[in-house]
Design a protein around this ligand. Structure first.
Ligand code: ZN
Length: 118
């Protein structure tokens, strides 16, 4: 079970790409799915997810770094568009993982700055 945050309404949900039980939002676009993948308990602690959730519910958009969201999107796209990539999937997953670890750190910083500025 993957704990995730709906980036539309801040509702906690299970599974990054599942429909939100709060607002019915379903991440469909590549960018939306990349962002939802980043805000799961695979990459952020539950405390950080809660903080992101509260941030969104308070009307603040979570801060992502565009170039890194783009990098995750490219990885997702190459997995989905090329059947030959399935063999290399483990490597790609590892690459996505490394990108997300970096991203997670940046989100944490953004959330911390947001929380400390209140
Ligand atoms: Zn929602």
């Amino acid at each position: 079970m993957t704990a995730a945050v709906c980036l539309e309404c801040g509702h906690m949900k299970t599974g990054a790409w599942k429909r939100c039980p709060g607002c019915r939002h379903l991440p469909k676009s590549l960018e939306d799915r990349a962002r939802h993948l980043i805000t799961t308990d695979h990459y952020l602690s539950h405390e950080k997810l809660e903080a992101v959730s509260q941030q969104i519910q308070a009307g603040q958009a979570p801060q992502f770094v565009d170039t890194q969201v783009q990098a995750v999107m490219q990885q997702l796209q190459s997995i989905e568009n090329d059947p030959r990539e399935i063999k290399r999937r483990r490597w790609l997953k590892l690459k996505v993982h490394l990108i997300l670890l970096t991203l997670g750190g940046l989100i944490i910083t953004a959330v911390w700055l947001w929380l400390s500025s209140r």
